[in-house]
Design a protein around this ligand. Structure first.
Ligand SMILES: *Cc1c(COP(=O)(O)O)cnc(C)c1O
Length: 353
């Protein structure tokens, strides 16, 4: 069966009607991959799964929210959309705007987003506006403007974004025929953890699952306002997609953790990079650095003896590694020393024959 995109797949759970023009790139329907080597490597007797959101059309989970946000904007007759972005929202907004025949304006922190993401916004001909400040400053600027001018905000404070993103929780449950015991994911602006929690609760209410997972959100240590309980004026982390000091979804993320008896915790950049590499080396999955924060959280908590045997643990890998290939090459100095082959003798030696 052809996957129709998340709006058609989950229409009955979404705020759409027959009049809503569906703007889709057939996002969603992403793999839920068992990760037994990774679990064995860290010595955890858990069923570990990776929800690989990097295979969405623009390479991140943002597409789930964007298909709905853009479809609803189109339904309301919008001609322009705007967002602030650490990169993936702008890539997604740019692509879906083209698809819907709208014009996208994206504000990004100057010099702070990965080349891959910038290239996507460029190729889809979004107007890219660099802001001298950070993401948080860019977000308050676009929020203010969209309140008074005829331009639709497509950041995750647009409620349709979260409605679309909750479908990832549905997919996890549909595949496992139940909710997992734990759901780990990175937390930046805290929209996604809010969306997953909404999705799981809706599935419980509809009798699709019999229990809820604990929601386990992980911030980067240098950008961990929720963990520290205060705004971080200058968030610092290599994980650019979660380099956010004053998340819009602060309260709802805390509620998700509290209601589910999960937690919002943090991991260092070193822990994020270690997890990022392990996922690629052991499971054949290449995600971007920020995406590895959830797996880094699993490793951290396992070392504290947190899990019970046979816990079912799902980690969302939020974006594709190719978005930030630069980062991987910069941090792989040793592996870059590839051998030079001049003749057959060199080749055979390299092959170990
Ligand atoms: C947007 C994004 C995040 C953070 O998600 P929030 O909803 O802002 O918490 C994490 N990883 C990647 C790759 C992202 O693009």
């Amino acid at each position: 069966m052809n996957w129709p995109g998340i709006i058609e797949a989950y229409r009955q759970f979404l705020p759409v009607s027959d009049k809503t023009p569906v703007v889709t790139l057939e996002e969603g329907g992403t793999p839920l991959l068992p990760a037994p080597r990774l679990a064995a490597h860290i010595g955890a007797e858990i069923d570990l799964y990776l929800k690989y959101e990097g295979v969405n059309p623009t390479g991140s989970f943002k597409d789930r929210g964007m298909t709905l946000a853009i479809s609803k904007a189109k339904e309301e007759g919008a001609e322009k959309v705007i967002c602030a972005s650490t990169g993936n929202t702008s890539a997604s907004a740019a692509a879906y705007s083209v698809r819907g025949g709208m014009k996208a304006y994206v504000l990004i922190p100057k010099g702070k987003i990965s080349l891959g993401k910038l290239a996507q916004a460029l190729m889809h001909r979004a107007t890219i506006l660099e802001v001298a400040g950070n993401f948080d400053e860019a977000l308050s600027l676009v929020t203010e403007v969209s309140k008074t001018y005829p331009i639709t905000l497509v950041n995750s404070i647009n409620p349709f974004r979260l409605q679309g993103q909750k479908t990832a929780a549905f997919e996890v449950c549909d595949r496992l025929s139940e909710a997992p015991t734990h759901h780990f994911l990175p937390v930046g602006n805290a929209g996604n953890i809010t969306a997953y929690w909404m999705g799981y609760k809706e599935y419980l209410k509809n009798g699709k699952i019999s229990h809820l997972p604990k929601m386990m959100g992980f911030q980067a240590a240098g950008a961990a306002p929720i963990v520290l309980g205060k705004v971080v004026a200058e968030p610092k982390t290599i994980a650019s997609a979660i380099r956010i000091g004053n998340p819009a979804g602060w309260k709802t993320a805390q509620e998700a953790a509290l209601e589910s008896q999960g937690k919002i915790d943090m991991v260092t950049d070193e822990e994020i990079i270690a997890a990022y590499r392990l996922i690629a080396e052991l499971e054949g999955v290449f995600c971007e650095p920020a995406s590895a924060a959830g797996v880094a959280g699993v490793i951290k908590l396992h070392q504290q003896g947190y899990f019970k045997k046979n816990d079912q643990v799902v980690c969302t890998l939020t974006g594709h590694g190719l978005k930030d290939a630069d980062f991987c090459l910069k941090t792989s100095a040793k592996e870059k020393e590839t051998g030079i082959v001049k003749d057959k003798k060199d080749l055979l030696q390299a092959l170990g024959f």
